[in-house]
Design a protein around this ligand. Structure first.
Ligand code: EPZ
Length: 412
């Protein structure tokens, strides 16, 4: 298990270029094999979750070649195989392969997905989708078995829960039937990127007001396309907050419109933050406290909640952070308490009084975004973190990018 320790807390200066979005690339990469052709993806982050999906596609007899942040996927010789393999149980995004396997082979056998331990992470809403499209689902010994009962030609489905992953899987299921209308979707910038990719392949998809209409005609599908993934808004916000905490950082290549709500909160709280043509400029400043309630897009994203915790713990005044999406995503507040924070955690709410004195501490990374938040802490106040491999799941070249900003640390 790798660990990091800060040798000296430096003021961080310079610019950083944001990589492609993990959560957009995962469903796009999985659905690329629908073409049974050649798909070139650009702006693909070099992170373990994406590389794990590449290995799974290779296991299915696809050719997947990476050159920098460009990925070429050749699925002309794809074969059906059981996906009851460790790579699938390691990550959450493996479940985007299910509707794709159903589209191609009318069946799927796959290990239940993994993912950060930020809650139970059930897949009941996903199972409802598969069943609504005419498939039977059985789970035995942590393996999901799906086969076609009577594939439906027309489907009208309203999701029973507000789920990003189930929304994406419902759309991917819709590709396999002639006409589907899917409502109560949660579509974030990453989901819109998938829809734009699927349209480029040749699917007829319209999306408006959380409702998707899909008219799928297999003969229209192109088998050679190139597509560029959107930038990662979570990585972008990570570096924005690092700049506000302890530096002068120009964040390049991000798309501010994908993070309007959280950026507006920071600007309204008088943080030194400018959105310029060159990028987002974040400079060390102490802003006013403000309340956060996580919600679905375009409101405050749950993945940014641990990142904002580090900033709010040192802000002027008092505030409340209310985590409404995941039932086990409050770890960062216990870490901050260790470092000197004035925080009271009651169930999924953190009551924060901003303080300025934090001391160097040793932490353990437990999930992706808490790990990223701990990096923000140690590069502002000093300290060290164990188990940082988790961070590489979602941040491309983060330690190289930190070095370029003047961070002084050792990895071991
Ligand atoms: C996606 O997870 C992202 N992961 C998460 O990012 C992100 O935090 C989350 O969406 C919310 O935005 C990927 O895209 C790979 P959900 P997902 O289904 O799809 C409950 C990161 O750090 N639920 O929207 O798993 C669920 O328990 C990761 O990049 C059910 O009850 O999230 C949760 O409480 C962390 N039944 C809520 O819905 C289901 O069948 C939202 O989950 C599905 C979900």
């Amino acid at each position: 298990m790798q660990s990091i320790s800060v040798n000296r807390v430096n003021y961080l200066k310079g610019s950083v270029h944001i990589s492609g979005s993990k959560n957009a690339c995962l469903p796009i990469l999985c659905s690329s094999i629908i073409t049974r052709g050649i798909v070139v993806l650009k702006n693909v982050a070099n992170i373990t979750d994406i590389n794990d999906i590449c290995d799974i596609l290779r296991y299915l007899n696809c050719k997947v070649k990476r050159r920098g942040n460009r990925l070429k996927v050749d699925s002309t010789k794809i074969q059906y195989k059981s996906l009851n393999i460790n790579k699938c149980s390691k990550i959450r995004g493996s479940y985007y392969l299910i509707p794709v396997m159903l589209y191609l082979f009318n069946k799927c056998e796959i290990a239940l997905p993994g993912g950060c331990k930020i809650g139970q992470r059930p897949i009941d809403c996903h199972l409802e989708c598969f069943q609504a499209f005419g498939f039977s689902t059985i789970i035995e010994n942590n393996v999901l078995y799906i086969k076609s009962n009577q594939r439906k030609k027309e489907v009208l489905l309203s999701l029973s829960k507000k789920s990003v992953g189930a929304s994406i899987n419902a759309i991917l299921c819709g590709l396999g039937c002639e006409h589907s209308i899917i409502e109560n979707l949660v579509i974030e910038p990453e989901g819109l990127d998938l829809i734009s990719f699927l349209k480029k392949i040749g699917f007829n998809i319209s999306f408006l007001n959380n409702k998707c209409i899909i008219k799928s005609h297999k003969q229209d599908i192109k088998n050679r396309i190139t597509y560029k993934i959107i930038p990662d808004r979570m990585e972008a916000m990570t570096f924005v907050i690092l700049g506000l905490l302890n530096g002068r950082i120009l964040i390049k290549g991000a798309n501010p419109s994908h993070m309007k709500y959280p950026l507006d909160l920071l600007i309204n709280a008088k943080y030194n933050l400018k959105i310029t043509k060159k990028g987002i400029l974040a400079c060390k400043s102490r802003g006013n406290a403000f309340n956060i309630k996580t919600d679905i897009y375009p409101l405050f994203p749950t993945d940014m909640q641990p990142l904002f915790a580090i900033l709010l713990a040192a802000s002027r005044g008092m505030c409340v952070v209310d985590e409404t999406i995941f039932e086990n995503r409050m770890q960062i507040y216990y870490d901050l308490l260790e470092g000197g924070g004035q925080i009271n955690v009651i169930e999924n709410k953190a009551y924060i009084t901003g303080v300025t004195e934090f001391s160097p501490k040793h932490f353990k990374c437990k999930d992706l975004r808490q790990g990223a938040a701990l990096l923000l802490y140690i590069f502002t106040y000093g300290g060290s973190i164990d188990n940082i491999d988790i961070i590489k799941r979602g941040y491309d070249g983060i330690f190289y990018k930190l070095k370029l900003l003047g961070a002084n640390f050792s990895l071991k």
